[in-house]
Design a protein around this ligand. Structure first.
Ligand code: C2E
Ligand code: MG
Ligand code: MG
Length: 278
């Protein structure tokens, strides 16, 4: 190992150890109506001096045996907050392959639901495609599904799991990776074809489709044309603070515009008023 790599690892370790977890909540939007469906809880690491990205601290937590504890906290905190929202507002939580491989995810999900008093069908657990190829993970996922919780496969398209496997696992939702969604313009033939095919395959297998990383009104139009069910991305809203998310959740049938300029800082700053449009 080079000195640089060692120094960097130490940095992440001390940053994680001296910071603490927090959650951001990104809205999930129905593409037919613009209605708010729910939120995906996204883990953040609060640190006085530095901002640490999930793609840096999550692999660190996984490699250092901390992910089970933090994952349990994410579930507990997310479910506690969601229980305070109206019953039609869903919550999605990301679950690491490591939690599933260790067989600790099911217990953590059950404890979080029970402590929060949250109906299992309001929770979706998101896993990556790799979980579909790991025997231990498949077992834990099956047990989670039996609790009445929904399952979503995240970042679909990045490693091409067969639809047959997804169907056998009773997967409810397919989340199409941002790398395909962000290049849907007419000249990007291959991405259009992939997204359209995934939407059709998922639909014919009875699964719901969510497009990730939607940033433009053109992408919204194309996704609707393909029959994609739902979307999330900066066009609608970035990951929000708990306060902002709760304001949307309690609004009662809040609808996002499906055209125009999308989310902007003005909405963000004036969340109380601008966000109350229907
Ligand atoms: P993910 O689950 O696919 O989450 C979506 C990521 O895309 C989030 O990044 C979100 O901020 C970002 N994003 C959303 N809309 C847009 C958009 O329109 N444009 C762009 N450029 N990005 C967008 P984030 O928050 O950095 O999270 C990255 C990944 O970290 C997540 O990907 C997920 O795999 C992982 N992660 C986040 N929270 C947790 C957690 O609680 N547990 C575990 N195990 N993993 C988590
Ligand atoms: Mg996710
Ligand atoms: Mg994703």
């Amino acid at each position: 190992m080079t000195g640089n790599v060692a120094a960097k690892r130490m940095d992440v370790a001390s940053l994680v150890r001296s910071g603490e977890p927090a959650l951001a909540y990104q809205p999930l939007v129905d593409l037919g109506s613009g209605r708010l469906l729910g939120f995906e809880a996204l883990l953040r690491w609060q640190h006085e001096e530095e901002f640490i990205l999930p793609r840096v601290f999550i692999p660190w937590l996984e490699a250092n045996g901390e992910i089970a504890k933090v994952g349990e906290w994410v579930l507990a905190e997310g479910c506690r907050q969601a229980a305070d929202w109206p019953k039609n507002v869903q919550l999605a939580i990301n679950c690491s392959l490591v939690q599933l491989q260790r067989g600790v995810a099911r217990g953590a999900v059950q404890r979080a639901l029970e402590r929060a008093g949250l109906d299992p069908d309001r929770l979706t657990v998101e896993v990556t495609e790799q979980a579909m190829t790991d025997e231990r993970a498949i077992q834990d996922l099956g047990a989670i599904r039996e609790l009445g919780v929904e399952l979503a496969v995240d970042d679909v398209g990045t490693s091409w799991t067969s639809f047959d496997v997804l169907r056998r696992m009773s997967i409810n939702t397919i989340k199409i990776d941002r790398s395909f969604v962000s290049n849907l313009e007419p000249h990007q033939g291959i991405n259009r074809m992939i997204v359209e095919t995934v939407v059709h395959l998922a639909g014919s297998a009875g699964m719901t489709t969510v497009a990730e990383g939607v940033e433009t009104a053109l992408e919204v139009t194309i996704l609707k044309e393909f029959g994609c069910d739902a979307a999330q991305g900066y066009f609608f809203a970035p990951p929000l603070t708990l306060e902002q998310a709760s304001r949307l959740a309690h609004h009662g049938g809040f609808c996002f515009p499906l055209e125009g300029d999308g989310w902007n800082e003005k909405d963000n700053a004036a969340a109380g008023t601008a966000l109350s449009r229907n």
